[in-house]
Design a protein around this ligand. Structure first.
Ligand code: C5P
Length: 404
């Protein structure tokens, strides 16, 4: 699974850094391209020359190369990577990653990277147990990072306990298993709606809502990174997509979104209706700007928009999986369950505006999933990408049942 994969190996200043020569060698042997980034302290434990020789690429450590003045772009590196492994990860680097302290090339690249991140901690047993390390690792988990737990055994301090960096062979196995599982949507076609719709009142005014599209775009990226072909029907949003697996269809109104979805429905295996579609549009859109002087108390007559989710629910085949969203302000569970049934969805993702850090605009979300089988799955507050991962895990379960 590692063949052709772009791996950033981030090495920090712990004694286990010496094992990174083996780790680099194993990754290269498995067919990966490896770019090593070292923190300044890591160079005290292992020579960059060893790693550049094994990886076949100059090691990066500083923001720019001193003798040439060439700038090392952490953004480009972050986008290049299919995975980041931080091994060994010291308490200090874990703390910086958890709190966004981007004072070196490695943590800066970590913050720019969109790829999955693996963290293999290595430290003394008491450091490992310290509440700050425990909390920082918990924070990394909440960002969707994968922690490769350290093993028990004799440590550099000669104390015995948990804190030995996992062996390079096992780190490679964990990565390999991740890539095998992570392409679980290979060959599937997923149709996603995202963002708001915009309904014109006159040539300069409109009715819309606060949806940023972040949740729908995170879902599109998650599905694409797991091998699916994604069609993303997006209302007007400021977001970009850069995955080759995402075909983007930009629309403005609910009617346009409805038509784009219904046209692509037959060839889709799964449909995720994440858009905040305006329930109504203006019946008679004014052809020129409504003037204050001419219309003292304007009345805007509204007419219902198509309910895309309901239309999909009525038209879908049994082998197609449909997922809806319910953003609620009160009566959350009952409202979500009502929509699950009315719209004939396989499952619905509920979030409440009463939860801090959930819903519109923000980068995090806290969800509860209600399934058509009566299951209720409660989630923690996580980044929208991590939430997308959990949602797509449930979607995968449905898709694989339909295959059997
Ligand atoms: O009824 P409500 O708008 O709250 O339902 C939310 C769910 O229905 C979401 O999945 C949303 O994307 C979808 N929906 C839709 N078309 C509409 C309204 C909502 O697809 N016109």
């Amino acid at each position: 699974m590692l063949k052709g994969k772009h791996i950033i190996l981030g090495i920090t200043g712990g004694i286990a850094a010496y094992k990174c020569a083996t780790l680099t060698r194993l990754l290269i042997k498995a067919g990966a391209e490896v770019q090593v980034i070292m923190t300044p302290n890591a160079k005290q434990f292992i020579q960059p020359l060893t790693l550049s020789t094994l990886s076949g690429k100059p090691v990066i450590s500083e923001f720019f190369t001193a003798n040439t003045g060439q700038w090392n772009s952490h953004v480009d590196l972050g986008l290049w990577a299919d995975a980041l492994i931080i091994a060994p990860a010291t308490a200090s680097t874990i703390g910086k990653m958890a709190n966004g302290v981007a004072d070196n090339m490695l943590v800066t690249t970590y913050l720019s990277a969109k790829a999955p991140v693996f963290v293999a901690p290595a430290m003394d047993l008491d450091m490992m147990r310290h509440p700050s390390t425990v909390r920082n690792l918990e924070l990394l988990r909440s960002y969707g990072n994968h922690i490769i737990e350290p093993a028990e055994g004799e440590l550099a301090s000669h104390l015995i306990g948990k804190g030995r960096m996992e062996e390079p062979e096992n780190i490679v196995k964990a990565l390999d298993a991740f890539f095998a599982a992570s392409e679980d949507l290979q060959g599937k076609r997923v149709l996603i709606t995202a963002g708001p719709t915009v309904e014109k009142i006159d040539p300069v005014r409109f009715i819309s809502n606060f949806s940023s599209g972040k949740m729908g775009f995170a879902l599109a990226e998650e599905c694409a990174s797991r091998g699916a072909h994604v069609t993303l029907v997006a209302g007007p949003v400021a977001l970009k997509t850069d995955s080759a697996n995402i075909e983007r269809v930009d629309v403005t109104t609910a009617v346009e979104m409805h038509d784009a979805v219904m046209q692509r429905l037959p060839q889709s295996d799964a449909i995720i209706l994440c858009a905040a579609v305006a329930d109504y549009r203006v019946e008679n859109v004014a052809s020129s700007k409504i003037k204050r002087e001419k219309t003292e108390n304007p009345v805007i007559q509204l007419t219902p928009n198509p309910d895309i989710a309901k239309a999909v629910g009525q038209a879908k085949r049994d082998d197609q999986v449909t997922v809806g969203f319910a953003l609620e302000t009160d009566n959350e569970n009952a409202n979500a369950q009502g929509k699950l049934e009315r719209k004939n969805l396989n499952f619905i993702v509920m979030n409440s505006l009463r939860d801090k850090n959930a819903g519109f605009q923000v980068d995090t979300n806290k969800i509860t999933i209600f399934t058509d089988k009566g299951d209720v799955i409660n989630g923690e507050c996580k980044s929208k990408r991590a939430v997308a991962h959990d949602i797509v895990d449930v979607l995968y379960q449905y898709l694989s049942k339909h295959e059997n």
